[in-house]
Design a protein around this ligand. Sequence first.
Ligand SMILES: *[C@@H]1O[C@H](CO)[C@@H](O)[C@H](O)[C@H]1NC(C)=O
Ligand SMILES: *[C@@H]1O[C@H](CO)[C@@H](O)[C@H](O)[C@H]1NC(C)=O
Ligand SMILES: *[C@@H]1O[C@H](CO)[C@@H](O)[C@H](O)[C@H]1NC(C)=O
Ligand SMILES: *[C@@H]1O[C@H](CO)[C@@H](O)[C@H](O)[C@H]1NC(C)=O
Ligand SMILES: *[C@@H]1O[C@H](CO)[C@@H](O)[C@H](O)[C@H]1NC(C)=O
Ligand SMILES: *[C@@H]1O[C@H](CO)[C@@H](O)[C@H](O)[C@H]1NC(C)=O
Length: 176
Amino acid sequence: MSTKSSSSNSTDLILFLVFIISGLAVLTPIVATDHIVGTKHGWNPGQNYTLWVNNHTFYVGDLISFRYQKNQCNVFEVNQTGYDNCTLDSAVGNWSSGKDFIPLNQAKRYYFICGNGKCYNGTKVSVLVHLLPSPPKVVVSAHNSSLDAAVLVVPQQGFRALAVSLAMLCFGLGWA
Ligand SMILES: *[C@@H]1O[C@H](CO)[C@@H](O)[C@H](O)[C@H]1NC(C)=O
Ligand SMILES: *[C@@H]1O[C@H](CO)[C@@H](O)[C@H](O)[C@H]1NC(C)=O
Ligand SMILES: *[C@@H]1O[C@H](CO)[C@@H](O)[C@H](O)[C@H]1NC(C)=O
Ligand SMILES: *[C@@H]1O[C@H](CO)[C@@H](O)[C@H](O)[C@H]1NC(C)=O
Ligand SMILES: *[C@@H]1O[C@H](CO)[C@@H](O)[C@H](O)[C@H]1NC(C)=O
Ligand SMILES: *[C@@H]1O[C@H](CO)[C@@H](O)[C@H](O)[C@H]1NC(C)=O
């Protein structure tokens, strides 16, 4: 009887800790960054995105987002040849909502261009995405419980993913 109640208390404690840690993780600056291309100028012709890129650091798990008038532009992810020559045959993805959030999930160089000719006017951007600096791990260990040796290893990456999902959910619901 007492064993049962103590183990359920431990489980409660662990759930409580998970809850608290998740809360903290969402509140701390671990939250993924949303890089709005061109900041207030958006994704439009006549911009030079080199300065914008140089003023940002991109990490795996961040988002890049494009804001534009739907009938003016769109977004294609291409390879370097497509970026240099404004061609679409290497496209691996395309977006056209006018407010597109694209997750940067790999440590590599990404190339995005406007696919309707505006690329020739400089509406293209190339960003290098870095691995996260080695993430500190949050470790909660609970001894003497029904979840004996329950060691909860919560990598930062998980929280970034959670934060990204939350962010996308919020944006999806039109809160931002
Ligand atoms: C954009 O600006 C950078 C740095 O100022 C410059 O080197 C580059 O030539 C410019 N690109 C265009 C297309 O004007
Ligand atoms: C660079 O970023 C800082 C901080 O986000 C901002 O205040 C500044 O205006 C930016 N500069 C340019 C050239 O975008
Ligand atoms: C694409 O641009 C590259 C330079 O980046 C050039 O060498 C190549 O000939 C171009 N290809 C086409 C099909 O225009
Ligand atoms: C980009 O993709 C095109 C078409 O798939 C291919 O011909 C070209 O070699 C690729 N360029 C690079 C730099 O990978
Ligand atoms: C855009 O992406 C869709 C799939 O998401 C694909 O079916 C379509 O062919 C793409 N358009 C172009 C022009 O590549
Ligand atoms: C677990 O609790 C018992 C008493 O309930 C205690 O004797 C034992 O040392 C504890 N073990 C650990 C690893 O804390």
